[in-house]
Design a protein around this ligand. Structure first.
Ligand SMILES: Cc1cc2nc3c(=O)[nH]c(=O)nc-3n(C[C@H](O)[C@H](O)[C@H](O)COP(=O)(O)O)c2cc1C
Length: 368
């Protein structure tokens, strides 16, 4: 289950404390100019140690292009991208085999893979694997750029501090790199930062909500029934560790609305003569297929499970209840680092569906 996608297919590999973390992209069209600096700038948004609210693990996360690129362009062969793991201290993770961390993957992983599982730094369950998602996502974003499709995600909520507004992708992208929580409103950003710093001092953690918007998707992209646009976006989001929920458009608030309030009435836009809807409660997807409005969804990120406070667990060797004190480096809030990962997985899903509709052909025309 390490591969995802139909035509634009990604395969994730590596462990948190192994030699490398990587991704193979099979199905990238030939003739795409691969901008290494762009891949690196996307990776830098996800990497640890960006600010005081992030883990102190010091990693350069420098992308290496292993295959599938010749003279700066994709060849149509599998593209393999990796980063090395350098700053690893596995000594702090031996205890989790005996005393599993509450709400981390240690216990279920040992039930699934027995003693063979690699739990160093979280192994395959570590958020570090998402560096591969971001590398593949940056290739997908380069393809989307050709169709003028733009994606922007931002932090909507941290714990009890929320920005209820929804923004355009341009406004999101103009603002989120100006503050360490990757939100749009700078005043709200300060309050969010304070909440995270407070919880860090308390040796605890918090989660939040990320909003993602994709603009420029033509109507008619997606499939009905099983691998619908909604299903695959949801599957992509749930492949990101710590994401616990997703809602499209108005989401769960639909339960409090009447049909007359929830329906998105159609109209012809006077200037462009395009068919649009007056509201976007559906989040741009109906029947598993895009309707031409911006795709809009929220995801919930849980509070980081590794906290400094003492917690209850069990000693699996002695088979008795015990206490656990987790040592190691952890983000008190992983929401800001998850923002670029949400964008990346969205881009990957969209490219896959656009290729199915042959809006992105297998060989591109000359890039220049
Ligand atoms: C970028 C990123 C960084 C993460 N860092 C940590 C961390 O430092 N400590 C931790 O306990 N969980 C961290 N996680 C979350 C765990 O990997 C995740 O909670 C765990 O694998 C269990 O999976 P689940 O929460 O999806 O059920 C991180 C997740 C992401 C996306």
């Amino acid at each position: 289950m390490n591969s995802f996608g139909t035509l634009f297919k990604i395969t994730s590999f590596g462990e948190s404390h192994g030699n490398v973390i990587g991704i193979i992209i099979d199905g990238c069209p030939a003739g795409l100019k691969i901008e290494k600096d762009f891949i690196q700038s996307e990776l830098n948004k996800r990497k640890p140690g960006q600010s005081e609210i992030s883990t102190s693990r010091a990693e350069e996360d420098e992308v290496q292009i292993i295959s599938g690129v010749y003279n700066g362009y994709s060849t149509g062969a599998p593209i393999c991208l990796i980063i090395e793991n350098k700053d690893k201290d596995s000594s702090k993770y031996e205890f989790v085999r005996r005393i599993p961390r509450p709400s981390h993957a240690d216990y279920p992983a040992m039930q699934r893979f027995d003693k063979w599982v690699d739990l160093r730094g979280g192994g395959r369950f570590s958020g570090r694997n998402t560096a591969g998602f971001v590398m593949a996502g940056s290739i997908a974003k380069l393809l989307l750029k050709k169709l003028n499709i733009k994606i922007g995600a931002y932090t909507r909520k941290i714990y009890n501090i929320e920005d209820p507004n929804t923004y355009t992708v341009d406004v999101i992208n103009e603002n989120i790199e100006k503050n360490s929580v990757r939100t749009v409103n700078l005043e709200i950003a300060k309050k969010m930062e304070q909440v995270i710093m407070k919880v860090k001092l308390e040796k605890d953690s918090v989660g939040g909500i990320i909003t993602c918007i994709a603009e420029g998707i033509p109507p008619g992209i997606g499939e009905p029934i099983f691998n619908s646009l909604e299903s695959n976006l949801a599957a992509a989001m749930f492949s990101i560790p710590a994401i616990k929920g997703i809602e499209f458009g108005i989401g769960f608030k639909a339960s409090e609305m009447k049909g007359s309030q929830h329906n998105d009435p159609y109209e012809i836009e006077p200037k462009t003569k395009k068919i649009i809807t007056k509201t976007n409660n559906s989040g741009g997807i109906i029947g598993g297929i895009s309707n031409g409005m911006p795709i809009l969804f929220n995801v919930v990120v849980k509070p980081t499970s590794s906290i400094g406070l003492e917690q209850d667990s069990v000693d699996l060797e002695k088979f008795e209840n015990t206490k656990i004190n987790i040592i190691g480096r952890h983000d008190p809030c992983i929401v800001p680092r998850t923002v670029p990962i949400v964008e990346a997985m969205t881009a990957i899903v969209l490219v896959d569906f656009l290729m199915l509709k042959v809006l992105i052909p297998p060989v591109l025309k000359d890039d220049e």
